[in-house]
Structure formats: structure tokens, C-alpha cells
Design a protein around this ligand. Structure first.
Ligand SMILES: *Cc1c(COP(=O)(O)O)cnc(C)c1O
Length: 465
């Protein structure tokens, strides 16, 4: 008897209760495609001499295929890399206040460019303009898609076909191919490099000034440090030179923060307020680095400079949407009560999480992970590890943390890569980090809800192959 004729028909499989249910959820086209694909697999297996699966087995395979296909690409993961602001994992985790605000803006019409008092047309920057000014000391502000866009827009507006003077020590590249010289070129500005990699003096700037100079620019070297025989010109001196020539001093702060991080034992990060106090005319910084908000670029400074930037047609191309503004407003509101920031703003809360607290969590999870890996030739320990802030912020500073460290028994280092992959393939992917022949799971970013999820799925790691 022909084994192939025992295979159920497409319609027969589409009538299986589990498939009916998934077809109702995801559509008949998706269900039909998956049924055909599973039938192809079964047919090929039968031709190769395998058994013919019955309808129930095929329906289960179809359901698994549909579920896999319809799983979102943008999935939740557990960040145990030890890098708090991990760009590839979405940088900041927003505080609940911001999540609520953006859900509101997503669900309902909202006063994005509408003045509810007068009924007239509004400006979307007005959603956060006053807050940014209050928190930074700026006269005006405008918001774009990210800080790269902010730098591009300010250069294109204020320095097109003109010259921008920057210290050689600050010609940075940050991840994702953002290089100051390239962005300058694309913005139509001519870069005038002054000084050397390690030392730049006030006279270097003064000597580079010409009628075509549009601005002095300072770029916060956020992702590296130059040590040893170094000299950079203080912002106050740069501001004097710029003012003497009638041009602005512009500072790309990179991360930027609106709080004094030292109050929580974190290293100092320059703030817009400090830059303005030193004489800067315009600053730019990210929304989703240390600020702890949504991805955005914030431009703040003198009113006439912001007004010019807002008139640039490219502003329209780089502007943010209502979800970003809703979340940004909520986060900025939290900065009005700095004394509660460490408890309410997720980024600061995670960065300031006490080592002892993380250690207790590591001890709690240790026996569970050890049990899950009993069949693996590895040792699992709870150990001190070091977290980093990430996103190029404060690159040399490390935060003492605790984690679960997995080491191979003997020389089987390949086992770590197998384990790393198994963890990554769990229902909620666990992202760790392999270094120095150990797989480290830094628990700093694992919240209490995350802990239950982490522990609950460890049984699915399976056996070594
Ligand atoms: C991170 C950074 C940027 C880019 O900011 P995004 O918000 O990631 O676009 C620009 N300049 C500096 C100095 C930075 O550190």
C-alpha cells in the first residue's frame, strides 16, 4: 500500500481543533502555509522510509510551526551581560510612569501639537520644552530622533559651508559607525582639527579662527579616555575664545545626565547645567543613555540658536513621535524630585543597586542553576563580577556586582558556547557573556519578576549533546 496516501489532506489538517484555533488568531493564510510545509516534511520523511505521522501528530507540528512563525522579532530578553545600557538590547528600561504615558499616547488622541487652552495649533517641542529648560538652565530646547540626529542637525543648521573647530583628541567614533568627521561632512560643514591626540591648547583654537568659522565644538569623549601627558582646553576658556569671535560654543555631551551622579557613588558625568555655567551656547545629549528615557536627541541652549535649528526643514525629517514625547515628558517629570530618582527611575535604580542585594539574589539562584546543569561537565559558582554602565558612558568605571559563573570541567571550553546558546534559546532568552573561559551571568539587571522567570525556565536547558 502506498504510504503517502495515508497522509491527511490539507483540509483535514485545517479542521484539527488546534489548527482551527490558531487559524482564527493568525489568519487562514498562515495556517494553510504551515499545513502545506508540514505535509511536505512528512511526505519527504515517508519517501525516505519513515513512518507516516497521524493527524494529531501533524497538527501539533503545524501548531508549533505557526507559533514560531508568529513570535515577535522584537522579543523580551533577560539582560545578564553586565552592561546596563546595552545598545543591542535596547538601552534603557523605562520607568512605569513613562510606560503609562506612552500607552496613553498610543491608545488615544493626545494634545501633541494642539494648545488645549486656546484651541490653536501647538508645537510638539512644547510638550517638554519648559521641563528641559527648568532642568538644564537652557533658554529653549528641541527634540529629535537621537543624539546622532541632534549633532547632524545642529551642524547642518549652524555650520553648512562653514568651518567647525574641534580638538583632535575628540574626533570620536561611537558604535554603529557614527564618526564626528563623517557626520560633519554629511552635514556640509568643514572640520578644522586642532591640537594633537593627547594635547590641545587654547592657542590652537584661537589660531584656527577665521571669518568662515561657524562654531567651536567640544565633543565629550564618552567611550574612551586619554591618559598620561594630556591637556584639553576647559570649556570656560573655549567659551571666551568663541565669544571673542562672535561664534557659539557647542558641546556634544553624549550621554548627558540631569542629576549629580556622585550623590549615588557613581562617577561624575558632565551635565548640561555645568556646560551652560561654563559658557556653552548649545548642548546636545541622548534621551536613552544615563538620562534613562526613550531614544531621543535633546538640543538645548540659547533661544536664537534653537529657533534656527527648528526652522531647518531637516528638523521635520528628524522629529520624534508622540510615543517618544510622552515617555520623555514622564521621565523628565521624575527629575523634578531628585531625592526620589534612585527609587523611581529604572536606570538609576539598576545602576545603584547595592552589591549585597545582588549577592543575595545570586546565592538564591545558585542551587537552582546547579541543579539544572547537573548533567553538564561544568562548575557553577556565585561570584563577584563587575558591571559596566554601557552605551559609551563612563567607559573605565566598573560597578561591583554579583553573578553566576559557569566554568567547564577540564578543557571542554566548547561546552560554554553550547550552554550560552541554550540559554539564548530559552522561551525568554537569557543573554550572558563569555570571557576568560567562563560564562558569566551578571544579576544586576535581573529584577524580582525576572528572577522567577529566569529560575522557572532553567529546567528547559536540556542535556548536553
Ligand atoms: C552616544 C553618543 C552620540 C550618539 O547618541 P545616540 O543617541 O546614540 O544617537 C553622539 N555623541 C556622543 C559623544 C555620544 O556618546
Amino acid at each position: 500500500m502506498n504510504k503517502l496516501s495515508q497522509l491527511p489532506s490539507v483540509d483535514r489538517l485545517l479542521a484539527e481543533p488546534r489548527v482551527v484555533e490558531l487559524a482564527a488568531r493568525f489568519g487562514r493564510a498562515v495556517a494553510t502555509r504551515s499545513v502545506r510545509a508540514e505535509l511536505d516534511v512528512a511526505r519527504a520523511a515517508a519517501k525516505a522510509g519513515g513512518a507516516v505521522p497521524d493527524s494529531a501528530v501533524l497538527a501539533a507540528a503545524v501548531a508549533a510551526r505557526i507559533e514560531l512563525e508568529m513570535r515577535p522579532k522584537l522579543r523580551r530578553v533577560l539582560n545578564l551581560t553586565g552592561t546596563v545600557l546595552h545598545t543591542n538590547l535596547g538601552r534603557t528600561v523605562l520607568p512605569e510612569e513613562a510606560v503609562e504615558a506612552l500607552v496613553m499616547a498610543a491608545r488615544s488622541p493626545c494634545a501633541l501639537e494642539y494648545d488645549v487652552e486656546t484651541g490653536g495649533r501647538g508645537d510638539r517641542d512644547d510638550v517638554v520644552n519648559e521641563l528641559v529648560c527648568e532642568l538644564t538652565g537652557a533658554e529653549a530646547a528641541t527634540i529629535v530622533n537621537n543624539n546622532a540626529a541632534a549633532v547632524f542637525l545642529l551642524l547642518n543648521t549652524l555650520a553648512q559651508r562653514k568651518e567647525v573647530i574641534v580638538s583632535r583628541g575628540e574626533l570620536i567614533e561611537i558604535g554603529g559607525a557614527f564618526r564626528i568627521p563623517d557626520i560633519m561632512k554629511r552635514a556640509g560643514a568643514k572640520l578644522i582639527e586642532v591640537g594633537t591626540t593627547n594635547r590641545t591648547h587654547a592657542r590652537d583654537f584661537a589660531e584656527a579662527l577665521r571669518p568662515r568659522s561657524a562654531m567651536l565644538m567640544k565633543v565629550h569623549t564618552s567611550n574612551y579616555v586619554v591618559q598620561g601627558f594630556t591637556h584639553a582646553v576647559p570649556e570656560a576658556e573655549l567659551a571666551d575664545i568663541a565669544r571673542g569671535h562672535g561664534i557659539p560654543l557647542v558641546v556634544d555631551l553624549g550621554s548627558g545626565t540631569l542629576a549629580n551622579l556622585e550623590q549615588w557613588g557613581l562617577p561624575h558625568e558632565p551635565t548640561p547645567r555645568e556646560a551652560f555655567a561654563a559658557g556653552a551656547d548649545l548642548v546636545s545629549f541622548s534621551g536613552d543613555k544615563l538620562l534613562g528615557g526613550p531614544q531621543a536627541g535633546i538640543l538645548a541652549g540659547r533661544k536664537e540658536l534653537i529657533a534656527k535649528i527648528k526652522k531647518n526643514p531637516l528638523k521635520r525629517a528628524l522629529r520624534v513621535g508622540k510615543l517618544t514625547l510622552a515617555a520623555l515628558e514622564a521621565v523628565l517629570q521624575l527629575y523634578r524630585a531628585p531625592e526620589r530618582l534612585a527609587e523611581r527611575l529604572t536606570t538609576i535604580r539598576v545602576l545603584t543597586r547595592p552589591e549585597a542585594d545582588i549577592r543575595v539574589q545570586a546565592e538564591r539562584l545558585l542551587p537552582i542553576l546547579q541543579a539544572a546543569l547537573a548533567a553538564w561537565s561544568v562548575t557553577v559558582t556565585s561570584e563577584p563580577v563587575t558591571s559596566q554602565i554601557g552605551s559609551g558612558s563612563l567607559p573605565v568605571d566598573r560597578l561591583p556586582s554579583a553573578g553566576l559563573v559557569i566554568r567547564p570541567q577540564g578543557k571542554r571550553t566548547g561546552i560554554l558556547h553550547t550552554l550560552e546558546e541554550r540559554l539564548r534559546r530559552l522561551p525568554v532568552p537569557v543573554i550572558g557573556r563569555i570571557a576568560d573561559n567562563a560564562l558569566r551571568l551578571d544579576l544586576r539587571c535581573l529584577g524580582l519578576d525576572g528572577e522567577a522567570e529566569f529560575a522557572g525556565q532553567l529546567g528547559q536547558i536540556g542535556l548536553p549533546r
